[in-house]
Design a protein around this ligand. Sequence first.
Ligand code: GH3
Ligand code: MG
Length: 433
Amino acid sequence: METTDTVMPYEAIDASALLNSLHAGVVVHGPGTEILYANPRALELLRLSATQALGKAALDPEWRFLDEHKRLLPVEQYPVNRVLARNEAVTNQIIGVVDGRSADITWVLANAYPERDQNGIIAKVVVSFIDITGEKRDIPFEQIVAYASDPVVVTEADPVVGQGPRILYVNDAFTDLTGYTPEEVIGQSPRILQGEHTDPEARARIRQALIDRAPIREQILNYTKGGQEYWVELKIVPLRNARGEVTHFAAIEHDITVQKAEELVLRELATTDPLTGVLNRRGFSEQAQGRLAGALRDGQELSLAMIDIDFFKRINDTHGHAVGDQALIHLAGLLRTSFRESDVIGRLGGEEFAVLLPGATLEQSHVLMDRFRMRLAATPLKLHDGRWLGFTASIGVAELNPEKAGLAALTKAADSALYAAKHSGRNRVYLAP
Ligand code: GH3
Ligand code: MG
């Protein structure tokens, strides 16, 4: 091998001096795991004297190794034995060292690699380790989780598909929220918390994150043991062992039922006309866009009717604005009781209303709208002074044309038909060509 001026050849380094002063512990094993060499730091960390160590097999000494979770480490899991068994290096294994003299645990991070002879046979195994006791402080995490006010669910990492991962642990907050005791859910899949109105897309996103071993945040509707709906913000994190493998998932939940209810109220306020209670322009167009997309996707018919009160200005002028408002409420009430639940009713502004009829052809809508027009004309509004106020409306109807599919085009066509109805004398239904 070529060497440069600044790099000494390997043989020139006083390896024993280096090893003696090294901060890391180094132990060299022979192929039968017997200790051939241990530097002073290794003896200190392993709590051995030189005479105790040399020549001994790895399984011999009086100390014991623990795994990360303080369980006795089986001999075959010792770094040297793992190297021999797997015929490859071991990296970053966390090991606790204990002996009979003290309850203290010395935590070390061990690395081990094989040294081979010319034939590739393992001649030695070099194990090095550093003291990480300072970093591995003993924090009783399980108690923290047990007392946390947010529900926590820990599952196994597999199986993600099929029946789903099994629950291993839930804390008290989980029981308080869901009504399920640990005994009732351990061994079950978290899917028992989902139900009829749980968004399938949110479920699919969670499943994908579990498959990808990726953390995820979702808001999802769950069900208590008693079948009551509640909303949680869910944070799922994969948990890894010392070798970096995902062995568990922890789901930390936060009850957001109250926020969700408030959101719903705010949404309703933002999309409802306060005078008549039907959708406002914004709410109507949101709903209409959705129905339009659905109709186009399913190749369904869909019609839109625009309804405008005749001579409304005269009602206001004659009876006052409050009676005008009563007329608007009257009309909205009649609309609500004249059409199906699946039809979308909105007040687009002033005295102009719209009804979207999914599944209805132009001809069917014509019949429905004409029936409505006659019902309105035959149903006067009772005023406070006991008199009756009759009024009529003009209606324009258009049918969805898949060629010019937008809501704007449909609205424009229905508006033109309404305009034509007004100009030909009012109190009639006109169809867009
Ligand atoms: P046409 O038959 O051609 O529709 O005549 P019209 O009088 O109904 O139509 P026009 O557009 O000339 O008048 C609409 C009136 O509606 C004008 C406006 O003052 C009134 N209006 C708009 N919004 C409200 C409301 O919220 N309450 C009341 N009372 N009146 C309203
Ligand atoms: Mg009008």
